[in-house]
Design a protein around this ligand. Structure first.
Ligand code: CAA
Length: 489
């Protein structure tokens, strides 16, 4: 049946729409691109020409091939030109009234067999479908930014989707070189429900002053191996889109963690929408230059706690004198948990910083309310000397990486437990949709269920946010001594 899709319409040629048009044209389909006015149409054409020119420059595409791709795309400002399309996908702004009005028009214009698809990030596909006289032929077809690169398509089937249609659309996604994951119609689907909740959490922690933008981004890139930090990714997705997705998630869940971080609203209102408007969390800053490894002026250092990484040895190899905690200029406490209690028992609590080594590339440097700025700066320098990137943060439960990672893993367990998606689909979706090195269930296996459960308990005790409490399934697995969620019968 996939052969039935030969001509597709793409309505809305912004970043996503133009990317989607490129993907279809690359796979050999005829594409009709529609925009509201000539200026927007020219911008859309510009996106497509620019992106394919870049592919030629990088040697991924030949000139002749590029010409063929561009020749497969026609541009129009008239929806009426979509009458004969086999499938029409919309990628217009995330406003339900706009979508409903568009689908009413498409339903009137397109032949009865045309499949109407929405690239909505989170809005209800069912609510869009019921505005048409063919709700059974309306599906979600959700691509990821940048559409030509990310390999995932979420195919969203509603309770009224015709039997077999989701499979046909999934086959079409495969023909585009993508991997489809078919899911039901729930706010945020798989990826945005997990991803945007985590991104929003990062923005909340930034506002709480846990760490700064660059620290949080570096922590998640270097500490977890994600392709981008949360703020660079929010800028890529668009802060307006991110804000809208959060509003939809909140409306459905009423979970405070889904309430958009106020900083998102503030940036959006200021017109700082991310990359597409020239600035968001990042505003044209140059990437940070090589990190200084100049030696901090510290006489002696005390390293407390379990030092699996040989941190103390690295410092003495670099010429630092070791001393007892009572005498040292800086006291570094290697710890997975906050160190304020330890600091309070010292003669010089201002000299103590907490240090949490994450993976082999970063160290979280936690300042307590008593830590002096000099001690924090010195510890930052010591971390660099030891060959790691320092992430300065406050002395809070699970510091930065685990505070962001564990709730995301918890959400994935809840999603699975709710019956919405299978473990393999959730893992595949996060890897292919966001370029994560491993899916949440693979990460859980790697970290250990108990470690994550205990981390979530600590986060809940610190922040008292109900959704930070370990998912009941996670708790039960640990209690039952089950090592992997995959081992469930
Ligand atoms: N169009 C076409 N190709 C692009 C591109 C674009 N916009 N951006 C990057 N590429 C290509 C590059 O040309 C390059 O290809 P080659 O290797 O063949 O030269 C390749 O992608 C890798 O790009 P770069 O080397 O420039 O950069 P990178 O290695 O840093 O990767 C990235 C860039 C692919 C964006 C990567 O950082 C990544 O995977 N980031 C995560 C993106 C993500 O999470 N997306 C999902 C967001 S959520 C969403 O979109 C859903 C929603 O509804 C909100």
């Amino acid at each position: 049946m996939t052969g039935a899709f030969e001509t597709v319409g793409v309505v809305g040629l912004g970043t996503m729409g133009a990317g989607i048009a490129e993907v279809f044209a690359l796979a050999g389909l005829a594409v009709i691109g529609v925009e509201a006015d000539l200026a927007a149409l020219e911008r859309g054409r510009g996106h497509l020409e620019g992106s394919t020119a870049k592919a030629v420059a990088k040697g991924r595409l030949g000139e002749a091939e590029r010409a063929e791709i561009l020749a497969r795309v026609s541009f129009t400002t008239s929806l009426e030109d979509l009458a004969g399309a086999d499938l029409v996908i919309e990628a217009i702004p995330e406003v339900m009234e706009f979508k409903r009005a568009l689908f009413t028009d498409l339903d009137r214009i397109c032949k009865p067999s045309t499949v109407l698809a929405t690239n909505t990030s989170s809005l209800s596909v069912t609510e869009i479908a019921v505005t048409t006289t063919r709700p059974g032929r309306v599906v979600g077809m959700h691509f990821f930014n940048p559409a030509p690169v990310m390999k995932l398509v979420e195919v969203v089937r509603t309770v009224i989707t015709e039997d077999g249609l989701a499979e046909e659309v999934a086959d079409l996604a495969r023909r585009l070189g993508k991997t489809p994951v078919t899911v039901g119609d729930r706010a945020g689907f798989v990826v945005n429900r997990l991803l945007l909740t985590y991104l929003n959490h990062a923005a909340v922690l930034l506002e709480n002053g846990l760490a700064d933008r660059d620290g949080i981004d570096a922590a998640m890139r270097l500490g977890v191996g994600l392709p981008m930090g949360p703020f660079a990714l929010l800028d890529l997705i668009g802060l307006d889109t991110s804000y809208e997705v959060m509003c939809v998630l909140f409306q459905e869940s009423r979970d405070r963690r889904h309430a958009p971080a106020p900083i998102l609203r503030e940036l959006v209102t200021a017109g700082l929408l991310g990359r597409k408007s020239g600035g968001g969390f990042y505003r044209g800053e140059q990437p940070a230059g090589p990190l200084s490894t100049s030696k901090p002026s510290v006489g002696s250092v005390a390293v407390l706690g379990e030092d699996g990484d040989g941190f103390a040895d690295k410092l003495s190899a670099a010429g630092f004198k070791s001393a007892a905690a009572a005498d040292a200029d800086v006291v570094v406490a290697l710890s997975r948990t906050p160190v304020i209690e330890l600091a309070a028992g010292l003669a010089h609590p201002e000299r103590l910083v907490g240090l949490h080594l994450v993976g082999d590339r970063i160290a979280e440097v936690a300042s307590t309310v008593l830590t002096s700025p000099e001690a924090a700066r010195a510890a930052e320098g010591l971390v660099r000397i030891a060959g790691r990137t320092p992430v300065l943060c406050r002395d809070r439960a699970e510091f930065v990486v685990d505070a962001l990672l564990y709730p995301y893993l918890n959400d994935a367990v809840r999603m699975y437990d709710s019956g919405y998606a299978a473990i393999e689909d959730i893992d595949a979706a996060m890897k292919l949709g966001c370029g994560y090195p491993s899916g949440p269930f693979e990460m859980l296996d790697e970290l250990g269920l108990e470690t994550v459960r205990d981390g979530l308990r600590a986060l809940y005790a610190e922040y008292r946010e109900p959704s930070l409490a370990p998912a009941p399934l996670l708790d039960q697995l640990v209690t039952a001594g089950v090592r992997s969620i995959r081992d469930l019968p």
